[in-house]
Design a protein around this ligand. Sequence first.
Ligand SMILES: [Zn+2]
Ligand SMILES: [Zn+2]
Length: 345
Amino acid sequence: MKYYLLPEKGNFYKANLHLHTNLSDGALSPEEVKAKYKSNGYSILAYTDHEVIIPHHDLNDEDFLTITSYELALEEDIEYTFSSVKATHLNFYAKDKDNIIPPFFDEDKISEKISGTRPYITDGMRARKYKFEYSPECINEVIAKANEEGFLVSYNHPVWNLHNYEDYKDYKGLWGVECYNHECAITGLVDSMTPIDDLLHRGEKVFTLATDDSHREDSCCGGYVMIKAEELEYGAVMKALERGDFYASTGPEIKVLTLDDCCLHIECSDAAEIIVNTDKRIAYHEIAPEGGTINSKDFYINYWVNENKRRPEKDRPNAYFRVTVIDKSGKRAWTNAYFYENFEF
Ligand SMILES: [Zn+2]
Ligand SMILES: [Zn+2]
């Protein structure tokens, strides 16, 4: 049976799911952000200004869609010194475009730096005041409540927050995790697939995100997701995000990704390397011939199915594979992880 790991039908839409404007601590206005991204081929932006949901549907046009969203910083309640305050940053993406009541809101967190958000605060938001202690249990309560209220939750820039395994290993219910955050990367703190693999190993079926977290013009247009959806319409795009019908990238394009009786087929833009990783580290690695490129490849991932004379991957919960495409300048595209349990071989 042939599976389309990226949907057969629909169109790819380029999206940045993490950015800030001058309504919080960014430099560009919402309109300037739209102009910058539209001129770079983007169709979808999530305006994730800090702490307050600010809808931007007025910016939508037939080629451009905004996602109702915001970024919440959960921090240790101790006196702020840059290196000592533990913090977890989560983005919330509303499945319903008119859902502008954040699950959590604390007016005390609206500092001078993000005071442009103040005009958008409503009494409905004020009613969402919460008491928070910095612990995985409390963070999980936040994620669970957001899920209940119809938000997809992403875990942002673990590396910038200096997180390690102990910090995130117990997180539950996340929809996505950033493997690449452009603003963090250009300031020297480069995220990776490690937290995603760690959470996948623990049975959390998280998706892989590349974003900009752009606060300034020079941190725009670095990390993005390509969403394959039926149309550029809010509900269709959110369903595609919820299903994982997208890949993350900093440059390479993945055109086709199918699985047909253990043959994993990929078609992509000019690649120098394609790597298939699994949860057991077994990797297939295809390197372009010198001076050449790879544009398609079949990986027969039945190797470790048949060689083992059994199908351990099918029997073992949470067994997965994922693909990375690297171009000659080192830019990467990452697919989501796909779980063997979802396929018949
Ligand atoms: Zn953040
Ligand atoms: Zn941010």
